[in-house]
Design a protein around this ligand. Structure first.
Ligand SMILES: [Fe+2]
Length: 425
């Protein structure tokens, strides 16, 4: 029996197929370009290798090609005759994911990793910010992610991927020092891992180390392919730091060159959320945003997220619609009952509408209850600073400047001295 890089038995006798499969898995785990090609090579080497088809399905999902993902998974499902119990369960869990059953998939994955903790492709589904725990909408989901990766970590020895995933979990509960330490170890083992450079950037952002973060990420990005999964989002991180430095030229350069619709190769959820967040954070910091930029994002949201259901995307779609003046699309989101945190989406959408009309008291009123636990909406702390900064702006615009300063100091101390809002300092 052949074994993959993590020591799991795989039903193929082809060494070439396993080598290509391992390369594909590494591309998925590191968010580097090349996963689809690697899994295609594995399938060509042994068309009967079931998990190579699952890998192809996962890579297609990351390329936003759901039709190809379902077709690849169907090929895996037709090959369950000669596979192990681990492989059969692995295929089944991706089946749940592709069938649009995230709750069932999460339960199945959590049970699966108890028995097969080193089945990294399955374990991966519940890790990271946009994974099944991150997008569960549950109160306490940041702690749940930390518990999940913490339980898996001892099974992975000095593995670069699991190290980076646990460091990410640490960062998002505020353990930035421990996160940075672990991420450095992970990066020393495999410096190409974009999930590691990404959350090293997050930890530096959380600690307010703007100059250091900019220098690090600008250097790292020079070697990262524009078509790779995280290129658009890491461009957003570069742009945010440029914004915080008042370097508008670089900020717009990142937007026009790597983030905006039609330019970014990222998944639609990243194009929408990064684009809308950057434009509004730029406006809050004092930049003027051209109406056509908002209209382009609003049209993109309508095209890719016509019906609310992805709460994290929905709050950003609502922002784009509000700023572009599409009241109908905004109202649809404000009234939604669909999505993992739908009851928080409505108030946020109402707040964006009020912000766009300059009704700051109404915006403050709508947003305040959401602030108690906006982590349920998904996304990283850095992404949800969109809400934190907007809330501070609402306090400032309603004359509560002292309260705004206290709120920054208690909720986001990194912004206590200098939140990136015009007139805050
Ligand atoms: Fe990020």
């Amino acid at each position: 029996m052949q074994r993959d890089r993590y020591g799991n038995g795989v039903a193929t006798s082809s060494q070439a197929a396993v080598a290509a499969y391992d390369a594909g898995v590494d591309h998925v785990l590191a968010a580097t370009a090349g996963a689809r090609g690697a899994f295609a090579k594995a399938v060509t080497s042994d068309p009967g290798f079931a998990l190579a088809h699952v890998g192809a399905a996962r890579a297609a999902m990351y390329a936003g090609d759901m039709g190809a993902a379902k077709a690849a998974l169907a090929r895996a499902e037709a090959l369950t005759g000669g596979v192990s119990a681990r492989e059969r369960a692995h295929i089944g869990e991706f089946g749940l994911l592709l069938a649009g059953k995230p709750m069932d998939a999460r339960r199945a994955v959590e049970a699966h990793v108890l028995e097969y903790p080193r089945d990294a492709m399955v374990a991966q589904v519940c890790t990271n910010i946009f994974g099944l725990i991150g997008f569960s909408g549950e109160p306490g989901r940041e702690a749940a992610l930390l518990a999940y990766t913490g339980a898996l970590l001892p099974h992975y020895g000095d593995d670069w991927w699991m190290g980076s995933m646990h460091a990410l979990s640490l960062c998002e509960v505020g353990q930035t020092g421990a996160a940075l330490e672990m991420m450095e170890v992970s990066l020393a083992r495999y410096g190409a891992n974009a999930n590691a450079s990404h959350f090293k950037a997050h930890a530096l952002y959380e600690e307010g180390r703007t100059a250091e973060g900019r220098a690090y990420l600008d250097g790292w990005m020079a070697g990262y392919a524009p078509e790779a999964l995280l290129h658009g989002h890491l461009s957003w991180h570069q742009a945010l730091w440029a914004l915080q430095d008042g370097d508008w030229e670089r900020m717009w350069g990142h937007y026009r060159g790597g983030i905006a619709p039609g330019v970014s190769h990222s998944l639609p959820i990243n194009v929408l959320t990064d684009g809308a967040a950057l434009l509004w954070r730029a406006e809050m910091a004092g930049a003027s945003v051209a109406p056509q930029d908002w209209r382009a994002l609003s049209a993109y949201a309508t095209q890719h997220f016509p019906n609310p259901s992805q709460s994290f995307a929905d709050i950003h779609a609502a922002l784009a619609h509000a700023m572009a003046g599409d009241g109908q699309a905004l109202a649809r989101i404000a009234q939604t009952s669909r999505g993992f945190a739908a009851e928080l989406v409505g108030p946020v959408a109402q707040a964006w509408g009020a912000v766009a009309r300059g009704q700051w008291s109404a915006a403050l009123e709508a947003l305040t209850p959401v602030m108690a636990d906006h982590a349920r909406l998904g996304g990283s702390r850095a992404q949800r600073d969109l809400l934190e900064l907007t809330w501070l702006l609402c306090l400032m615009r309603t004359g509560a400047r002292d309260e705004a300063r206290r709120a920054a100091a208690t909720r986001r101390p990194v912004f206590a001295g200098a939140a990136p809002i015009a007139g805050f300092a």
